[in-house]
Design a protein around this ligand. Structure first.
Ligand SMILES: [Cu+2]
Length: 292
C-alpha cells in the first residue's frame, strides 16, 4: 500500500506536535545535573543523596569489613586442611569426633557477629519503614510497561514512558541515558519528606531510585509506602526492579529534584489545585507572589 504524501506529512506533523507538548511540560525547569545514574565501570553503590542511602552505604562498608576477614579465615583453614591433612602428609588421621569448647566457640562467635550486624541493620530498617510526616504525597502505579503518578493533594495525574533513542535530544538528554530517561518526570522539592504510595495495576512491579536507597514492590490491590528526602537538586534514574513481562527492561523511572519555587511553578503548569495547602507551601506561594 502506498500512502499519499499529504497524509504522511500530516502524520509527521501530528507526531511532532505530540512530542513537542510532551517535551515542553518540563522545559522551563532549570538545567539540572544528572546525579542518579550508573557510571561506566562503576562497581559500588550510587552516590547517596538521602539519609536512608547514607545508612545503606555505611552498612555495606561495615558488612564488607566483617565478610573479608571471615572469608580469608575460612580460605586459610581450607588450605591448611588440604596441605597438612591429606593422605600423603597425614596417613594416620586422628579419630576423635567431638571437641566441646570448639563447638561452643563456633556457635557463640557467629551468633555474636550476627547480633552485632543486627545492631546496625534494625535501626536502618526502622528508619526506612516508619513514614515521617509527608510534605508531598504521591501515588505511583506500575503498569505493563510504564508508570502512572498521582499527586493526591493536587489532583494531578500523568504517565511516564521510556524515551526512544531518537527522542532523547528533544527532551534534553544525552544518548547514554537511553533506557533510563522518560518523557515525563516525577518532580519533587529538595529537602522535603516525600511519601510514595506504591501499587500496581496488573502484575507486580517495583519502584526504585538507587541514589535514594529506596525500593518498593508495587502489588495489585495493595498500597505500600516508601519515603525519601533528597539533599541535592538533580536528575535521578531508576528502573522497574520486578520481572513484570516482556518489556520489563523498558519502563525506567525519572525523578527531578528541584527547588521549592520550581516545584510550585511546575505544579501550576500541571494545573494543580491548591486547596488545603500545607503551611510550608502556602508560605512559599505567598513569598513567590509578593516577589513578582
Ligand atoms: Cu515492571
Amino acid at each position: 500500500m502506498r500512502l499519499s504524501k499529504p497524509f504522511l506529512s500530516l502524520v509527521t506533523a501530528t507526531l511532532a506536535a505530540i512530542f513537542a507538548s510532551r517535551a515542553a511540560a518540563e522545559e522551563f525547569l532549570p538545567d539540572l545535573p544528572v546525579i542518579g545514574a550508573p557510571t561506566p565501570g562503576g562497581m559500588s553503590l550510587q552516590r547517596p543523596v538521602t539519609a536512608l542511602h547514607h545508612e545503606v552505604v555505611f552498612l555495606d562498608n561495615l558488612l564488607n569489613w566483617i565478610i573479608f576477614p571471615i572469608t580469608l579465615f575460612v580460605t586459610a583453614l581450607l588450605i591448611w586442611v588440604i596441605v597438612f591433612h591429606n593422605r600423603k602428609t597425614n596417613p594416620e588421621p586422628a579419630r576423635f569426633t567431638h571437641n566441646t569448647p570448639l563447638e561452643v566457640a563456633w556457635t557463640v562467635i557467629p551468633a555474636f557477629i550476627l547480633l552485632f550486624i543486627a545492631l546496625f541493620t534494625f535501626p536502618a530498617l526502622r528508619h526506612q519503614q516508619i513514614m515521617p510526616e509527608a510534605d508531598v504525597t504521591i501515588k505511583v502505579t506500575g503498569l505493563q510497561w510504564y508508570w502512572d503518578y498521582e499527586y493526591v493533594d493536587h489532583n494531578i495525574q500523568f504517565s511516564q514512558f521510556m524515551l526512544e533513542r531518537d527522542e532523547l535530544a528533544d527532551f534534553g538528554y544525552t544518548d547514554d541515558l537511553y533506557l533510563l530517561a522518560t518523557d515525563t518526570s516525577m518532580v519533587v522539592p529538595v529537602g522535603r519528606n516525600i511519601v510514595l504510595q506504591v501499587t500496581a495495576g496488573d502484575v507486580i512491579h517495583s519502584w526504585t531510585i538507587p541514589a535514594f536507597g529506596v525500593k518498593q514492590d508495587g502489588i495489585p490491590g495493595r498500597l505500600a509506602e516508601l519515603w525519601f528526602n533528597a539533599e541535592e537538586k538533580g536528575i535521578y534514574f531508576g528502573q522497574c526492579s520486578e520481572l513484570c513481562g516482556i518489556n520489563h527492561a523498558y519502563m525506567p523511572i525519572t525523578v527531578k529534584v528541584v527547588s521549592e519555587e520550581d516545584y510550585i511553578a511546575w505544579l501550576e503548569r500541571q494545573g494543580a489545585e491548591f486547596a488545603n495547602l500545607p503551611a510550608w507551601m502556602e508560605e512559599k506561594r505567598l513569598e513567590m507572589a509578593s516577589a513578582e
